[in-house]
Design a protein around this ligand. Structure first.
Ligand code: TXA
Ligand code: MG
Length: 333
């Protein structure tokens, strides 16, 4: 670990790009205080420059330096959920270059719950701006190999093994004592309310304008048609449903099927990947992008069908990703 972190930190300090693991997905990192280095992120990802980046810190001091002002309530919030998959969007300090925030007056900040990431930030001596380490709009990477596939020419990939959470952080905008969800993730607003009752006024609904491109309708997409199967087609009545499926021509030839529980009968698809043995949403989240990557690169597979999950708890974040990944194909059906 030590040598690879030193090398990665040296590259960050010199203005290069390093992909590194977090607990959610791999990030494509650069020194957040160096606008030229940050510009390279947009170039490598082919990401539009109107799409702001999240800045990763390894201490609360890092937060205090990047935000214009941090209220006591925000400190309480991050002390409770950091390190972890929660990004807070706050008014930015002078220190943060405009390219990081796409010209917005706010900046997204988080402290990842991953030892490689934290050590990299400390060793680099600067906050690290990092979007997910994929080409814009494509599948998020959860292994070093996924990064290599999409971004083969970046300076360095710090391989810390597969990520654990598997989907991107929850993003919240904080305005005084009001908190609003910009992107669902592992941490739910309910979790915040439960841990810190009454600390924030929760503003429900989505923001008036498109403040986070994670809110775009199409995103996180594999480069093959992806269709969603309704919740319950396998989920609650899987055995009954599957016995129907196995004798019916439901799936066209060359279909890859992604399910979230082990099934008694092998479905009639060219390939089946199970993200979980028993509908565990934590397992589904952790294995979701890897399953989509595997189907994407499997030459036998022409289209992918994936089972929906109930939209409660972590299911909200999972379905957010799935709907966006499937969006362009849903419209035609
Ligand atoms: O888990 C994660 O959040 C991962 C890891 C690498 O930390 N990062 C990630 O970054 O998902 P990215 O760039 O793929 O998605 C970040 C989202 C974007 O949709 C961006 O628009 C939003 O965060 N965002 C960043 N700064 C913002 C701001 N100031 N206001 C509103 N949205 C912001
Ligand atoms: Mg992303």
């Amino acid at each position: 670990m030590a040598e690879s972190i030193k090398k990665a930190a040296r590259i960050i300090r010199q203005g290069g790009l390093v992909a590194f693991p977090t607990e959610t997905v791999y990030g494509l990192g650069a020194n957040a205080l160096d606008p030229i280095a940050v510009a390279r992120i947009f170039e490598a990802k082919e990401r539009p420059t109107f799409d702001p980046l999240i800045v990763h810190v390894a201490s609360l001091d890092g937060l205090a330096r990047l935000a214009k002002r941090v209220d006591a309530s925000v400190f309480r919030l991050v002390e409770t959920f950091w390190p972890g998959p929660l990004t807070v969007v706050l008014p930015k300090s002078e220190l943060v270059p405009d390219i990081v925030t796409a010209g917005l007056a706010t900046v997204g900040i988080r402290m990842p719950d991953n030892e490689w990431a934290l050590r990299l930030i400390r060793e680099s001596g600067c906050p690290i701006a990092a979007p997910s380490a994929n080409k814009f709009g494509q599948l998020s990477p959860v292994t070093a190999y996924h990064v290599k596939k999409q971004l083969p020419t970046i300076d360095y990939i710090l391989d810390g093994g597969p990520t654990t959470v598997g989907i991107e952080s929850t993003i919240v905008a904080i305005n005084g004592n009001t908190i609003q969800l910009l992107r669902p993730g592992y941490v739910a607003l309910d979790d915040i309310e439960k841990a810190l009752p009454g600390l924030f006024h929760i503003k429900h609904g989505v923001p008036d304008k498109l403040v986070a491109p994670g809110l775009m309708k199409s995103h996180y997409s594999p480069r093959k048609p992806l269709y969603m199967l309704e919740t319950g087609s396998f989920f609650s009545k899987e055995v009954v449903a599957l016995s129907t499926v196995s004798v019916s021509p439901l799936f066209p030839p060359a279909t890859g099927l992604i399910l979230h529980s082990q099934t008694a009968i092998q479905p009639s698809a060219a390939r089946v990947i199970y993200t979980s043995t028993n509908h565990s949403l934590t397992e589904v989240a952790a294995n979701l992008f890897a399953a989509l990557h595997a189907m994407e690169e499997d030459g036998r597979i022409r289209q992918i069908y994936i089972e929906a999950v109930p939209e409660t708890g972590l299911g909200v974040a999972i379905m957010d990703r799935l709907k966006k990944a499937a969006y362009r194909y849903q419209a035609k059906n």
